[in-house]
Design a binder for this molecule. Structure first.
Ligand code: HEC
Ligand code: HEC
Length: 260
């Protein structure tokens, strides 16, 4: 813990005052964000707020957390053929094509990201080479029903064992994760849907590393309307260095065996 605090505050380098100040500011900001999120959560859920987890589809649109509309997996299988070209037959991902595993990801998060690509909230930054490849693919899906179908099919595929390719200090990464990331992504990186924070197990380490760097470098999370990406982007900017990125990714990689 002590070690992670030093890493977080940059005091292990001894002289990076700017970074220290920046991280301190970001920690305060993080607390503010969390407080805001918790308040929203209490308002929406604690007081029996509107349209949460109802089966009524018409009110689902206004809900902060929507119940997943049931899709038709058989229809989704046909639609998924396009996706398989890059994401693999079993949605296990393909490193050579930079496409992450989709099997094992939560349906609500797949929906949110497909919506982000379709609404120009992701994959629009000029340096987002891989997001730009995915964006037109999300538009291949005709409508919400098609999205539900393809998600239903992906949900029927087993999560696969993923290759490990990023080396880092797992113990240090675990400390950092528990100190910073767990508040939103949950213990063991299982995800917290009410905070719009996805499960982080079941994703390839090379993909996690790239996303953290994309968020940190404002390539992801800065498009207008990307409210939740912006939250993650601010957090990513407080990660002190590339080594800590690798450490936390190595820790997340070490969790993947227990996935599902
Ligand atoms: C041309 C290759 C290609 C095709 C075809 C493709 N994708 Fe992707 N997809 C990608 C790449 C590359 C990424 C990673 C983007 C990044 O790095 O930000 C991605 C990312 C995603 C993500 C975001 C995952 C996450 O964890 O945030 C989802 C969801 C997704 N694809 C779903 C689909 C679906 C559904 C289809 C079929 C309709 C599809 N993709 C077709 C290349 C492709
Ligand atoms: C304040 C809450 C919060 C904290 C703290 C936080 N995240 Fe996130 N994170 C989010 C949200 C919300 C998203 C969803 C944004 C999106 O993908 O559009 C997200 C998305 C991500 C993604 C993208 C996943 C994907 O499939 O593309 C990664 C990777 C990630 N977070 C890693 C981390 C790590 C590592 C930490 C700790 C250094 C962390 N997060 C801390 C809220 C948070």
């Amino acid at each position: 813990m002590q070690r992670s605090l030093e890493v977080l505050c940059g005091s292990d380098t001894g002289h990076d005052t700017n970074r220290h100040l920046r991280n301190h500011k970001l920690m305060i900001m993080q607390k503010t964000i969390l407080f805001g999120l918790i308040t929203v959560g209490i308002l929406a859920f604690g007081c029996g707020g509107p349209a949460v987890k109802k089966t009524d589809k018409s009110s689902a649109a206004e809900a902060i957390v929507r119940t997943e509309p049931a899709g038709d997996a058989a229809a989704g299988e046909v639609l998924y053929r396009t996706c398989a070209v890059c994401h693999g037959q079993q949605a296990e991902g393909m490193k050579t094509l930079n496409a992450p595993a989709l099997a094992g990801q939560e349906p609500w998060y797949l929906r949110m990201q497909l919506g982000n690509f379709r609404n120009d909230r992701r994959g629009v930054h000029q340096k987002d080479v891989f997001g730009a490849q995915m964006r037109p693919m999300a538009n291949v899906l005709a409508d919400d029903a098609a999205i539900s179908d393809v998600i239903a099919y992906i949900g029927s595929l087993p999560a696969s064992t993923l290759e490990r390719s990023v080396d880092g200090d797992i113990a240090n990464g675990k400390n950092y994760y528990n100190m910073i990331c767990g508040a939103c992504h949950g213990p063991g990186a299982a995800g917290i849907e009410s905070l719009h924070s996805p499960r982080l197990t079941g994703l390839q380490d090379w993909y996690l590393e790239r996303q953290l760097i994309n968020f940190r470098d404002s390539i992801r999370g800065t498009a207008p309307g990307d409210t939740f990406g912006a939250q993650m982007q601010q957090i990513a900017q407080s990660i002190p260095d590339d080594r800590t990125v690798k450490d936390v990714v190595a820790y997340l990689g070490s969790l993947q065996k227990k996935d599902r």
